[in-house]
Design a protein around this ligand. Structure first.
Ligand SMILES: C[S@@+](CC[C@H](N)C(=O)[O-])C[C@H]1O[C@@H](n2cnc3c(N)ncnc32)[C@H](O)[C@@H]1O
Length: 221
């Protein structure tokens, strides 16, 4: 991985302790609310036999859920060694190794060498990366059919919450930072690549948006 201070400190932040805690929670209660909304919306597009590219997949909740509903293969790209290790362990326990591939690093640097997939997901990832446009554009072109993401809403709770989180990172001398992005800008970037929004759900803090290829305002340049 070509590593900037942000990515290096992100790797420290998404530690083994966090990863094990997330897996434990997932095993007890299943995916969190916003991930569940994402999975259910993707499922409705018809996913049997389809392939998945999950960027910043963490412990791999999306791939584990979509395997239950018949996807044929999952490629998982993450910049956290701890999350990937924990995810791989769980995949092995479930006998899914042959259907799963892992790549470690910053997706935007690795994108040209990564495969395309029917479904591309980014669950709470663009809020952890400084160059949202680059991350979106380099991942959208990998999506053959469905592009789905969870990202923070911009409201009083997230504005205050993200400020406090970033203050804590600054005090801890970490270069890692979280980002709130304008939903209309996110939507514009995705639509400009020829995708149309088929569902948009909200929780108090998160926006869950699913797009299908075809019908957006694809830029011809
Ligand atoms: C907040 S966690 C979310 C994990 C999981 N998707 C979930 O919802 O539980 C963000 C994840 O995105 C990964 N990540 C952030 N930017 C990335 C990038 N540019 N390339 C690959 N992974 C990235 C981090 O390493 C981390 O695992």
């Amino acid at each position: 991985m070509s590593c900037c201070g942000h990515c290096r400190d992100a790797n420290d932040f998404f530690s083994e302790r966090t990863a094990r805690g997330d897996l434990k929670k997932y095993m007890r209660r299943g995916p969190d609310k916003q991930t569940n909304l994402l999975v259910e919306s993707i499922r409705k597009t018809g996913i049997n036999g389809k392939t998945l590219l999950d960027i910043g997949g963490g412990i791999g909740a999306i791939q584990l859920e979509l395997f239950k509903y018949g996807i044929s293969k999952s490629v998982n790209v993450d910049a956290s060694t701890a999350y990937q290790a924990v995810s791989k362990e769980e995949v092995s326990k479930r006998g899914l190794d042959a259907k799963t591939e892992y790549y470690f690093g910053d997706f935007t640097s690795m994108a040209p060498s990564l495969p395309e997939a029917d479904i591309v997901t980014l669950d709470k990832v663009i809020c952890c990366y400084p160059d949202m446009k680059k991350l979106l554009e380099s991942s959208i072109i990998k999506a053959e059919k469905v592009y789905a993401l969870v990202y923070p809403r911009v409201n009083l709770f997230t504005k205050i919450g993200f400020r406090l989180i970033n203050l804590w990172f600054r005090i801890s001398k970490s270069e890692f930072k979280t980002y709130l992005h304008s939903p209309s800008l996110v939507n514009e970037i995705i639509s400009n690549q020829g995708f149309r929004k088929i569902s948009n759900q909200k929780t108090l803090l998160w926006q869950v948006a699913v797009y299908k290829r075809g019908g957006g305002n694809r830029k011809t340049e």
